[in-house]
Unconditional design. Structure first.
Length: 167
């Protein structure tokens, strides 16, 4: 079994070594039809890598909320990729600028990268290896709980508008 690795989540894969992971043949779907004004037209939504042939079938799935050209997202992705052998998990990119992701864009537009584990909010902006190991271990053991502090830019903007009208 081989693993396809990326120096960036937006580049072409290359075969590295034997591994229990599988990368989709087209790791990141590119959709030139996206018309969101924040988007350059290229969607980065898609699987970055998946666990396959593991001893379990319920390894954590990490969702990386991102957009094309997000260098902080690349750094977070690199941290997760470095841990995938010892802390098996799948990684999915969710492009917040996709036309069908307006609700996510409204929440996360100022805060990417945002990470979820199996649909539960985890963290934003940055990630160190120890923090990732702890969360992935917790998720693997079924003990991961949604973290506080999930960003919501739309709610913040509404509050700011309300304050302006009160003055």
């Amino acid at each position: 079994m081989h693993i396809r690795a990326f120096s960036s989540i937006f580049t072409t894969p290359r075969i590295l070594s034997r591994s229990p992971f599988k990368v989709a043949s087209s790791a990141l779907h590119l959709d030139a039809s996206s018309s969101n004004t924040e988007s350059s037209g290229n969607s980065v939504t898609g699987n970055i890598y998946n666990v396959v042939n593991g001893e379990r079938d319920d390894y954590p799935i990490v969702q990386l909320y991102t957009k094309e050209g997000c260098t902080l997202c690349d750094k977070v992705s690199d941290v997760l990729k470095s841990l995938r052998e010892d802390h098996p998990h799948s990684l999915e990119a969710v492009d917040i600028t996709d036309d069908d992701k307006t609700d996510v864009f409204d929440k996360y537009k100022w805060d990417i990268p945002v990470l979820h584990i199996s649909g539960k909010y985890w963290t934003k902006h940055k990630l160190d290896a120890q923090e990732a190991k702890d969360a992935l271990s917790s998720a693997t053991n079924g003990e991961f709980e949604e973290q506080s502090g999930e960003p919501d830019a739309a709610a913040m903007e509404r509050k700011m508008a309300e304050r302006k009208t009160e003055k």
